[in-house]
Design a protein around this ligand. Sequence first.
Ligand code: NAP
Ligand code: MG
Length: 484
Amino acid sequence: MTQSFLNYIDGQWVAAEDRVTTPDVNPANTAEIVGDFPSAGRADAARAVEASAKVFPLWARTPMPQRGDILHRAANLFEARADEVAEAMTREEGKTLAESKGEVMRGVSILRYYAGETMQPTGEVYPSASANTFLYVERVPVGVVALITPWNFPVAIPAWKIAPALAYGNTVVFKPAELTPLTAWHLVDVLEKAGLPAGVLNLVNGRGSQAGHELVENALVKGISFTGSNEVGAHIAAQATARGAKMQLEMGGKNPVVILADSDLEKAVELTLAGAMLSTGQKCTATSRAIVQREVLEEFRERLVARAKALKVGDGMQPDTYMGPLVSAEAERTVLDYIKIGQAEGARLLAGGEKLRGDEYDCGYFVAPTVFDQVTPDMRIAQEEIFGPMVSVIEAQDFDEAVQLANHTRFGLSASIFTRDLNLALRFMREIEAGIVHVNSQTAGAEPQVPFGGFKSSSSGSREQGKAAREFFTQIKTVYLDPL
Ligand code: NAP
Ligand code: MG
């Protein structure tokens, strides 16, 4: 029997009003239904918003360290069930168990970090032009915030939105991606058990075009924090701007790694592969372009192709799997389409390029690790986000051309360079148009205590994580206090 799960609205676990549910399918084995989840409509989302608005004054007045205590307890509960949550994540999203476990522990760190932030100053005192004026600036919560998240980091991204939202005194309606509801359920369940008052955090599983749409349009929602595709982000931006809601959008990437002739080639190959293929290439910070200096192009290409062909692809639950399936049939179709597009554009397919067949693969969305070379900068496969296990090798004459190629995209999330030359590394750090820059490490990876987000079309300009989260989840009140 498939286990049925519920939404969490106003402190109650409830079905969707019209009783519609959606199965949560294992992408490594589509015969396995991980759970059955409500598919909330607009009315359900609206009820969650009302509950959240009703309790906001109480939560905003709750002493900040008390809010932190709840986050602390939630972190401990989440850590205690880390193995269970990791398994849920692998079964519903497909990434390997090792990656899932890493992400769950990152979720624990994020909850702990924001528990700690509740002991930090909430403003500053300024000198005033008047002798007696006490002039201070205070950070106060925004109100009800809607948190809309993608499936690719189903713990980390919800955690890095929910934890600061709650720490700074906002109340939350959380709409996870429909593809990963079980991990979301675990996160909300531990926060409930940690002692959140009813209505402070609401979980609404439902389609973006229904439940998500309501959250974006509802006038009681004062802030929208969204991570996902540029397409949906643009739509949310237009609606939020029209009604004057605060918004934060983190979107796609087309992240480059630059490999200079003097780099440690073995390390460069290994970390290009990790950046491109871990999580089956489904990270916003995944490496999708390898820009390689001509002198080492041939050697790099040979080693990369040999390693890509040798990768173990399979069910993420198996300990020797390096790369799991794509998340859904739609994702698989998109990747296979881009492989055809690359070939039609004249790029050369060096590895992969096909759906995997055989007993181990027939019930899942498995595509072989794919490498193209002879990719020119304006090809679609060099410009568009693919979100799959595919990397394009692009040739560069020298450092200057490599940076110019790296910047030749509308995105600017993360970027990396491999070199031993400190001067060129420094120039790269200055000249690259990216919100996150790595030297001699892969394009993916983010620690919770520092800001995360992109330049150009990758972001609306705000940042998440670390102290940067305070910018979005608080508003500023400037107070002039004059004694009589
Ligand atoms: P998506 O299709 O844009 O969906 C993201 C979320 O928005 C989902 O919860 C989705 O609901 C919801 N949604 C869809 N339409 C909506 C609407 N009209 N109104 C309100 N909400 C709506 O993205 P995805 O396919 O889940 O995730 C992949 C994308 O996320 C990639 O582009 C990736 O680069 C990006 N990403 C960015 C970052 C970053 O920090 N920059 C991190 C991770 C991922 P459903 O459940 O119905 O889909
Ligand atoms: Mg989607």
